[in-house]
Design a protein around this ligand. Structure first.
Ligand SMILES: C[S@@+](CC[C@H](N)C(=O)[O-])C[C@H]1O[C@@H](n2cnc3c(N)ncnc32)[C@H](O)[C@@H]1O
Length: 348
């Protein structure tokens, strides 16, 4: 009871502080300029994320979602399923490049997030079944519906994203389904998606050797190295003998996505301690592992690398960065420092 009262008091306190800041700022700037000011200023954004992460779980999640919907990447004007449909298409492209097929395959996706576009693409490209797991039940029905409405309204754009590889009968079945007044549960049934949340990819209730492809898209950079190891070990258990890991990792400082005044490796100047204070919360945790660290992680588990596709930012001139790299990163090569993402495909 006393802990309930304490968390209520903490919540009220933070809500008051936040309300006060909003009030003061709104009186100085108009609302949309104020919002832009927040997201384009990475330190301020980090402070707000820290503040919100202190709130009790359910309140914290709803406030964070409200912020994303009103100020951030989930604003109505920014909602568009194409980037994650492309993520699914790109995943499948790489599976095919190592001479495997998605058709009839079972996928395990780590880190569903709020929407299902990546795994919808797997289904449209012939997957038999997708199991998707997330530590947090972030999936949002209103966003899924908005994505499907977009697909209905822009059928030819969607078809051209997929080229001639799309299963037309599946797309038609989906469009017909969306015309009805559907429930999300029956949508997931149509797509043969099993959504596990809350669920931990390092402890799955799935049979040994039951999965063909173990995938993630911009997830592993948000998970601590110990847990990644546990997730990959669990992946080795559930993957078939010839199963593959197919992971796309974003190594960039995610604050640089909205604050264009900092470079994509800005966070490499900070010590672990300092960085943890700035961004060590549930919304922005980034492990800052670099490409060589990830390659080591896979190799130490004896996963044979089939494809290693680093995304090197050619415009990033390491010697000209306006900060010094922290000791943790100083011994890394310029090429590693300028690698801002990668695809890694390995045997189990
Ligand atoms: C940045 S989001 C990525 C979401 C989605 N893949 C996308 O492309 O938009 C990372 C997700 O990974 C989830 N996650 C973190 N640790 C996890 C774990 N151990 N098992 C499953 N999901 C996890 C988080 O809850 C979060 O929803």
């Amino acid at each position: 009871m006393s802990s309930y009262v304490e968390s209520l008091a903490t919540t009220c306190f933070f809500a008051k502080v936040f309300g006060l800041i909003v009030e003061v700022r709104c009186s100085l700037l108009n609302k949309s300029t104020f919002y832009k000011f927040i997201i384009m200023n990475w330190k301020l954004k980090a402070k707000i994320q820290n503040l919100v992460s202190f709130l009790p779980d359910s309140l914290s999640y709803s406030i964070y979602y409200w912020i994303q919907r009103n100020v951030g990447s989930l604003k109505d004007s920014k909602l568009n399923p194409t980037s994650r449909l492309l993520a699914g298409i790109e995943t499948v492209k790489r599976i095919e490049q190592v001479n495997r097929s998605p058709i009839g395959a079972t996928f395990l996706e780590v880190g569903t997030g709020r929407r299902i576009n990546t795994i919808l693409a797997f289904w449209l490209l012939g997957a038999e079944k997708v199991v998707t797991v997330d530590l947090n039940p972030y999936l949002k029905e209103e966003l899924v519906r908005a994505d499907l409405d977009y697909i209905v309204k822009n059928k030819s754009e969607i078809e051209s994203l997929f080229g001639n590889r799309i299963f037309n009968n599946r797309l038609d079945a989906l469009l017909e389904f969306v015309e009805s007044s559907y429930q999300i549960k029956s949508l997931l049934e149509l797509l043969n998606i099993e959504y596990i949340a809350p669920g931990d990819a390092s402890h799955l209730n799935l049979r040994d050797g039951s999965v063909d492809f173990h995938t993630s898209y911009t997830v592993l950079e948000h998970i601590s190295p110990e847990i990644i190891k546990a997730i990959l070990k669990e992946g080795q258990r559930i993957l078939k003998q010839d199963g593959l890991f197919v992971h796309c990792i974003d190594y960039s400082d995610h604050f640089s996505h909205s604050d264009k005044s900092i470079s994509s490796v800005n966070f490499l100047q900070f010590s672990d301690n300092y960085w943890d204070k700035i961004a060590g919360n549930r919304y922005m945790y980034m492990n800052r592992l670099r490409h060589d660290d990830f390659i080591d992680l896979f190799q130490n588990l004896n996963c044979k690398i089939l494809m290693n596709e680093p995304d090197i930012d050619k415009n990033l001139i390491v010697q000209k960065l306006n900060f010094e790299l922290d000791a943790r990163f100083k011994s890394k090569s310029d090429e590693v420092i300028s690698t801002v993402g990668s695809w890694i495909i390995t045997h189990r």
